[in-house]
Design a protein. Structure first.
Length: 191
């Protein structure tokens, strides 16, 4: 059995044979998390609240990471053609007003949420205490409503986190370059 077959079997078992994810209609909060996170819309008011709380730089970094991650998630989805879980007749899936039919991998909701959340955590761990539960709620909502396989969500979380980490690394490199430009004229021969 190939790795892809084993992964598919694991996904099917965890999504369809698990008692952790009921088949009934999800709680309205779970539905709201899934619906409002569509297209990254949820993260705009969250960033606004961060900015109002005096965390403007955190909001900017988090929104930038999400804005980079979302199209990347769509690009990966375009390349990786994966069918969504066959759950169209379940109350859990019917609870959503949307019925996505695009490629299932990765969960673009999870990609965007993870990028926003990871960038927040890297920039401001205090703000991450409030943002991280929302990120996890969005990721769970995609499983609970049966629109994604577990590996779609995990893959999305990983991609989003990597985008935020890359953004943080790029920011540090730019700061180091600026610092070097200041130090070099003052201290010749030192970098």
């Amino acid at each position: 059995m190939s790795g892809a077959d084993e992964l598919g079997e694991l996904d099917a078992d965890s999504l369809h044979d698990s008692e952790a994810l009921p088949f009934r209609r999800p709680h309205p909060v779970i539905i709201a998390a899934s619906v409002t996170a569509r297209g990254g819309a949820l993260w705009l008011p969250v960033a606004g609240l961060l900015a109002l709380a005096g965390r403007r730089r955190t909001a900017q970094r988090a929104l930038t990471a999400a804005a980079v991650a979302m199209p990347l998630g769509h690009l990966v989805s375009f390349v990786v053609h994966r069918r969504r879980p066959p759950a169209a007749d379940l109350p859990a899936r019917q609870a959503l007003p949307e019925h996505p039919d695009s490629s299932s991998f990765p969960s673009k909701h999870a990609v965007t949420a993870a990028a926003f959340g990871t960038a927040t955590a890297l920039e401001d761990p205090g703000a991450a205490v409030f943002v991280t539960p929302l990120v996890l709620l969005v990721a769970y909502s995609r499983l609970r409503t049966r629109v994604h396989w577990p590996t779609d969500v995990l893959g999305g979380l990983a991609i989003g986190a990597l985008v935020a980490l890359a953004q943080a690394g790029t920011g540090r490199s730019a700061k180091a370059s600026r610092w070097t430009a200041v130090v070099r004229p003052v201290l010749p021969g030192r970098t």
